[in-house]
Design a binder for this molecule. Structure first.
Ligand SMILES: [Zn+2]
Length: 331
């Protein structure tokens, strides 16, 4: 675990640290270097760092590095990559990996007596995800997503009759949409806004995991209420047109599940949306659009979805994105 400190400046998403199955002199021959099986794998939003830890070298070490690939036993089947280092810890950054793919890694070292390999570790690479969340029970544009084979999340204010088309809500839930709460009366306090709206939706037969804060800007008390009744809650991030810090608009691990960022679409152009998608794709982050009716035209929404699909970025309801990240051990 000392390695963690060494690369502590990296955003560490996953550390796989195999227990020390040391290649001792008795099983590999007297003069080989001794390599711990601490093949190390760190994944941050854009890179994977791999390497090994050499605990003892009987003779001078000639080469050290990693073998990696998408099949098990990469020492035999994978790509060999030498790491130019004279340190006991040797690390390198892998690039050009396929997204959402399982990789296997083994560290190696050699001296004049031959090669020694660490045990195998595995990791999954990340991909970007985009979610569409419709506030205020807006279902006017759900058919656009439907027609493109995409599903999203809709938050309902449970005392607003105009947004409570129960038949359509059941219809879209059956199609794979996520029904979320957006409070009882569009307020973030008191606690009953969280509890009663969920009780209502559950009583109507919906599966409800999430809460969308009305108006955004939840305080700590409101976050604690949301965490009492829901498994996620989404807030709002606003920005000005032309503002270039796109990174602040989307979620990067470690995720704060009760302050998930929702990027507003109001008053921005399709060109701007595309730049944000480019950015989240590059960072392998999770972008959640916050959409209100008439904030994005049908044409722009259609074009935006086409653009995202063209990038091979997954479009998932918030609940499904969380499930995906849990499967990948990101959450
Ligand atoms: Zn609202």
């Amino acid at each position: 675990m000392k390695l963690l400190k060494i690369v502590g400046s990296l955003l560490v998403l996953m550390l796989i640290c195999i227990s020390h199955v040391q290649c001792t002199s008795s099983d590999i021959g007297a003069n080989l270097p001794t390599l711990t099986t601490d093949s190390v794998v760190y994944i941050n939003p854009t890179t994977v760092v791999v390497g090994g830890l050499l605990i003892k070298a009987e003779n001078s070490v000639l080469e050290r590095g990693v073998c990696y690939g998408t099949s098990p036993n990469p020492a035999k089947t994978g790509i060999k990559r030498a790491i130019n280092s004279s340190n006991r810890v040797f690390l390198d950054t892998l690039t050009g990996l396929q997204p959402n793919e399982k990789y296997y890694v083994q560290a190696y070292a050699s001296n004049s007596a031959g090669f020694v390999y660490s045990a195998q570790v595995e990791f999954l690479t990340r991909e970007a995800i985009v979610s569409f969340s419709f506030d205020d029970g807006d279902m006017e544009q759900t058919n656009i997503l439907d027609s493109m084979g995409v599903r999203g999340t809709v938050g309902f204010v449970t005392t607003w009759n105009w947004n409570r088309d129960l038949f359509k809500m059941h219809l879209i839930e059956n199609e794979g949409w996520e029904i979320a709460s957006h409070s009882v009366s569009h307020l973030k306090s008191p606690e009953t806004e969280y509890k009663d709206s969920k009780d209502y939706l559950v009583a109507q037969g919906f599966k409800v995991d999430g809460f969308i804060y009305p108006g955004g800007g939840a305080n700590d008390q409101q976050v604690s209420w949301a965490s009492k009744y829901y498994s996620w809650a989404r807030d709002v991030v606003t920005y000005n047109p032309g503002y270039s810090a796109y990174r602040n608009l989307y979620n990067l691990p470690p995720f704060n599940l009760y302050r998930l960022k929702g990027a507003q679409t109001y008053n921005h152009s399709l060109a701007e949306f595309k730049k944000i998608v480019d950015s989240v794709d590059k960072d392998k982050g999770w972008l959640i659009w916050m959409i209100h009716v008439n904030q994005i035209s049908n044409e722009d929404l259609t074009a935006l979805i086409k653009y995202i699909k063209g990038k091979n970025v997954d479009i998932l309801p918030i609940r499904d994105a969380i499930k995906h990240y849990k499967e990948m051990n990101v959450i």
